[in-house]
Design a protein around this ligand. Structure first.
Ligand code: ACO
Length: 430
């Protein structure tokens, strides 16, 4: 029984609802019994005031610009940890000991290859297929290749499926890339770290030696950390909703990838880089700021604004630092797009329109420049996001499956269509 109550008055009747408090963050009004007692639903398109679940994984304070995974600030994880350590933390709730970390790294590494038959699956795609289209299909197809780990009622199989996905996602993403550019697939090299192995699979070719630059591998690893989880965003909610029906985890992650592809979500880093290229030079920035502020112009500053952050996205700061490191290591420290981005940020942050609406750079603002300097085409940007977010999706999916309160997700609606009416025969219609 909650101590705090909220009272809703409807048709002269008081409905008392429990108010629940989390460990930090806003309280929630438990409206679960509302329909039973009042016959009314709540209405909240875009879920701006709705907590869809209880979770112990990630906490965001959008006003303060705080992001915590299992309580640990993203800045500390990105600075001091590595991606597989963050994966362990998200999945199991605690940072691993040295022995647990070694065992986890080993188990992930042992699963990096995909079934050889999967390469034939790739060749069914048009040769110019967008790698995200390939990702949606091939990740969904994993359920056919690894059917043995689709029993969601078995905790061991759930963990096997989770490790398989974390391990195989770089291999599949690299294969999608190689297919897209017409180069042969490169097998995983298990003596390399997670991020270095991914860079190797993307950029090595059979005809010459490819040595992974450790600065770039560290930057890639940090980019993966920054995208590992982000609470109940659109794609994570998609994964949870798909999983609530009992669908297998590979299918659920494929659904998450499909959702992530949208330009308002994972597609924003591609859109942000395209925007910076379109602006091209610093002198054209005022023209684009004016377009973004014009109510009659659909243009938005891509990489700016966030549903939750009404402050600087903490990931954007780390991404900016990573961008400097990558540009330095690749000899692009005078990249004109970086100048455009820095100046655009400066102008937007001092403009009353952006200040009043609390629009700040999000993680995507600097990631495009960084990923391009790492050697990726824009078509791969969202793929890299999907690769990194897989652990968040899978941790959230597992938490949902293990939640005793879990039921199939089934929202209701406010119906505004035609009331009941009788069928009219074709000949009698006017
Ligand atoms: N440029 C200009 N104006 C903007 C921007 C922007 N990037 N973002 C929001 N606004 C304005 C809106 O026009 C609106 O103005 P109004 O109140 O006068 O109508 C107001 O700010 C609020 O915007 P909403 O769209 O209602 O905010 P919402 O929370 O629904 O949208 C979103 C958030 C989708 C991220 C939005 O800010 C946006 O489109 N940004 C650009 C795309 C982007 O960078 N997405 C990446 C998100 S981060 C991620 O997925 C990893």
């Amino acid at each position: 029984m909650a101590d705090k109550k909220a009272v809703l008055k409807i048709d002269g009747k008081d409905i008392e609802l429990d108010v629940r408090s989390g460990s930090i963050g806003p309280d929630v009004i438990d409206i679960n019994p509302l329909y039973k007692h009042s016959g009314a639903f709540t209405y909240d398109p875009g879920f701006t005031s709705t907590a869809s679940c209880e979770s112990k994984i990630t906490y965001i304070d959008g006003d303060e610009g705080v992001l915590l995974h299992r309580g640990y600030p993203i800045e500390q994880l990105a600075e001091k940890g590595d991606f597989l350590e963050v994966c362990y933390l998200l999945l199991y709730g605690e940072l691993p000991t040295a022995a647990q970390k070694a065992d986890f790294d080993n188990r992930v590494t042992r699963h990096t290859m995909v079934h050889e038959q999967m390469s034939k699956f790739f060749s069914g795609y048009r040769r110019d297929a967008h790698p995200m289209a390939v990702m949606v299909g091939t990740v969904g197809a994993l359920s056919a290749f690894y059917h043995d780990s689709t029993d969601i009622t078995d905790p061991h199989q759930r963990m096997v499926a989770s490790l398989r996905m974390i391990a195989k996602m770089p291999t599949i993403a690299a294969m999608a890339y190689k297919y897209h550019i017409g180069q042969p697939f490169v097998y995983p090299k298990n003596d390399l770290g997670y991020a270095a192995n991914f860079l190797h699979m993307c950029f090595a070719v059979p005809c010459e030696e490819y040595k992974v630059n450790p600065v770039l591998a560290r930057a890639m690893d940090r980019i993966f950390i920054l995208h590992a989880d982000h609470e109940q965003n659109a794609s994570t909610s998609t994964v949870r909703l798909a999983g609530s029906s009992g669908a297998n985890p590979f299918a659920c992650i494929a659904a998450g990838i499909a959702c992530l592809w949208g330009p308002a979500h994972g597609g924003a880093n591609e859109a942000a880089l395209n925007m910076l290229m379109e602006i091209g030079t610093v002198d054209r920035i005022p023209e684009y700021i004016a377009k973004a502020k014009d109510k009659n112009d659909p243009f938005r500053l891509m990489g700016f604004g966030h549903r939750v952050y009404k402050n600087y996205d903490p990931r954007a700061r780390i991404m900016q630092k990573t961008m400097y490191e990558v540009l330095e290591a690749t000899g692009r420290h005078n990249d004109p797009l970086m100048q455009v981005a820095l100046e655009l940020e400066k102008i937007a942050l001092s403009d009353p329109y952006f200040k009043d609406k609390k629009l700040y750079p999000n993680v995507d603002f600097y990631s495009g420049i960084t990923l391009r300097a790492l050697g990726f085409p824009t078509t791969m940007f969202t793929v890299l996001f999907a690769l990194a977010r897989t652990v968040g999706w899978i941790a959230q999916w597992a938490e949902m499956i293990e939640d005793p309160q879990q039921r199939i997700g089934r929202p209701r609606q406010l119906y505004t269509g035609a009331p009941k009416r009788d069928y009219v025969k074709l000949d009698d219609r006017g």
